[in-house]
Design a protein around this ligand. Structure first.
Ligand code: ZN
Length: 95
């Protein structure tokens, strides 16, 4: 029986995943996914790998949340105040 974190790493190694997708695949809360992502990111960097994040973007004005390092999703666009945001996507990369 694999742990949630092991299952999450297997999903992230295969393709890009959003926190919401991981939450529904693993039957856990999105908040819990974000906590696991933080741990996964740390253990990967200790092993010379990394958890890549494609940043969240605003679907209304195209603003990119490029500086964001947290794993939770932003709630609103700082430029146009829209809450219609694309979720960040995560994937394990080897570079
Ligand atoms: Zn915007």
């Amino acid at each position: 029986m694999k742990t949630v974190r092991q299952q999450m790493m297997a999903l992230l190694a295969g393709s890009e995943q959003s926190a919401a997708e991981l939450a529904s695949a693993l039957q856990v809360k999105e908040k819990e996914v974000c906590e696991h992502l933080a741990h996964i990111s740390r253990s990967l960097s200790a092993a010379g790998r990394k958890l890549g994040m494609r940043p969240s973007t605003c679907r209304k004005c195209g603003y990119v949340f490029a500086d964001r390092r947290r794993f939770t999703r932003p709630s609103r666009c700082p430029r146009c105040k829209s809450t219609f945001l694309e979720e960040p996507l995560f994937r394990i990369s080897d570079d």
